[in-house]
Write a protein that binds this ligand. Structure first.
Ligand code: NAD
Ligand code: UGA
Length: 469
């Protein structure tokens, strides 16, 4: 019987291993983490992450062939395959700060694997890492190995939050990179056999290590680039009277372009797009490719521009000042169907409005008040470096209230900013909302989810992204 251990019980490690356990009942899967609270939550009724369908995968396997534990060393030493799915944030200090990936967590996991291993193991890079990381990991493992044989594989994860279970059940592809040696090929086959329990063989792609590592960074860069491209177009649409939804639809019907990932928005968020592009930029710079680095850097710049353009639009529409005005923020998560707020555009928009002295009333169906306050008081990139956390800024706290209902958030507000595309915001009673707001009542739809014409008939002044006013 193959035993699997996954180091890191986060957004990737938890759901991915739960799906492996469900689809491969004969494989024992242990998910381990240094965070006691995370593991306690995985073993409780309320899982630590909100993800549609996750409960139905975890609960039938938990305690049978799926285990969550803080006994990292025991489970690693017993495993045949060790996935490493720890966080790989952007460095905040030292060489490459603000761009390079911080591999501290990865390196400490690799050293621990070398320390506790008593039998040969396949070590799988599940985290997103800079290209050539496998070489560094191989060095750490082999120089500390006491004669044990380690094969390194790169098996990047392509799931998106909010649809993680669907993506894992039915992936477009699974990518496995390994050494081009007989031992490397054998390791690839072992991992392939795991996925083959439910993924059609033609969707399991094999590659060399460096191609697999780089493909992950490239995939995220291409996806984010589509959003920045359509967001750049949205600015031009507003200036010319074109409608970005019509432009997206027209270009998306070209089968070479395709319709997905062309929704203009207040900007992309999430833990990975920005981090992975910055990492890619750094790798290009280190390899003497400044032109390539600058090309990808532009994707981030346009995203920052889109967020500040949104804030400027709110302030300029409301007679050039929001000082003392109540603004309702509907949605704080970086996209719908998740409670994740990492790099959510809501942080920059809220900070921008607070900078102009607005009073904010924030509602998100899945994000806690604690999380929102922490996010608004943290410095850029610090969210994944707990030791650097700054104490809460009193100004940010005083001007912000967090409420548990959209209607409460909008009561007496001068304006509404929709920052996450939660379905419930489409179904609100906007007549009732209008009655209870200050006039003129503004709606700034950062996700283009409301019917702007209907709202205008009610009396709202509506700003949508990339649409005529
Ligand atoms: P996460 O922060 O949710 O989870 C990482 C976990 O690793 C944390 O719980 C942390 O406590 C644990 N950890 C860190 N060091 C450890 C150690 N030495 N031993 C044991 N546990 C340790 O991160 P995530 O969102 O799951 O992302 C993990 C990796 O996967 C990142 O590289 C990310 O880029 C990549 N990725 C993420 C997504 C996503 O949707 N979140 C999708 C694809 C790829
Ligand atoms: C993204 C990728 O889609 C995954 O394939 C990848 O595995 C993952 O990053 C990762 O490496 O972490 P995720 O960030 O969870 O997944 O969610 P996306 O659906 O990609 O959305 C990212 C951001 O882009 C969100 O803020 C979303 O609202 C925004 N977006 C997305 C748009 O503004 N417009 C679009 O058309 C699509």
């Amino acid at each position: 019987m193959v035993k699997i251990c996954c180091i890191g019980a986060g957004y990737v490690g938890g759901p991915t291993m739960a799906v492996i356990a469900l689809k491969c009942p004969e494989i024992e899967v242990a998910v381990v983490d240094i965070s006691v609270s995370r593991i306690t939550a995985w073993n409780s009724e309320r899982l630590p992450i909100y993800e549609p369908g996750l409960d139905d995968v975890v609960k039938p396997c938990r305690g049978k062939n799926l285990f969550f534990s803080t006994d990292v060393e025991k489970h690693v030493s017993e495993a045949d395959i060790v996935f490493v799915s720890v966080n790989t944030p952007t460095k905040t200090q030292g060489l490459g700060a603000g761009k390079a990936a911080d591999l501290t967590y990865w390196e400490s996991a690799a050293r621990m694997i070398a320390d506790v291993s008593k039998s040969d193991k396949i070590v799988v890079e599940k985290s997103t890492v800079p290209v050539k990381t496998a070489e560094a990991i191989e060095k750490i493992l082999t120089h500390n190995s006491k004669g044990i044989n380690f094969q390194i594989l790169s098996n990047p994860e392509f799931l998106a939050e909010g649809t993680a279970i669907q993506d894992l059940f039915n992936p477009d592809r699974v990518l496995i990179g390994g050494r081009e040696t007989p031992e490397g090929a054998k390791a690839i086959q072992t991992l392939k056999d795991v996925y083959a329990h439910w993924v059609p063989l033609e969707r399991i792609l094999c590659a060399n290590l460096w191609s697999a590592e780089l493909s992950k960074l490239a995939a995220n860069a291409f996806l984010a680039q589509r959003i920045s491209s359509v967001n750049a177009m949205s600015a031009l649409c507003e200036a010319t009277g074109a409608d970005v939804s019509q432009v997206s639809h027209s270009i998306g019907t070209d089968s070479r372009i395709g319709p997905k990932f062309l929704n203009a928005s207040v900007g992309f968020g999430g833990s990975c797009f920005q981090k992975d592009i910055l990492n890619l930029v750094y790798i290009c710079e280190c390899n003497g490719l400044p032109e390539v680095a600058n090309y990808w850097k532009q994707v981030i710049k346009v995203n920052d521009y889109q967020k500040s353009r949104f804030v400027n639009r709110v302030v300029s529409s409301m007679f050039n000042t929001v000082s003392g005005k109540k603004i309702a923020i509907l949605g704080f998560a970086f996209k719908k169907d998740t409670g994740d707020t990492r790099e959510t555009p809501a942080i920059d928009v809220c900070k921008g409005l607070l900078g102009d002295k607005a009073r904010l009333s924030i509602y998100d169906p899945q994000v806690t008040e604690d999380q929102i306050r922490r996010d608004l008081s943290m410095k850029k990139f610090d969210w994944d470096h707990p030791v650097h956390l700054q104490p809460n800024s009193p100004t940010a706290i005083k001007q912000v209230s967090v409420v548990w209902d959209s209607y409460e958030a909008v009561k007496d507000a001068h304006g509404i900013c929709i920052l996450t595309e939660w379905d419930e915001f489409k179904k609100l009673d906007y007549e009732k909302i209008y009655q209870n707001m200050q006039k003129p009542a503004f709606v700034f739809d950062g996700r283009n989810i409301v019917n702007a014409d209907k709202l205008r008939q009610i009396g709202f002044i509506v700003y949508s992204i990339g649409k005529p006013l």
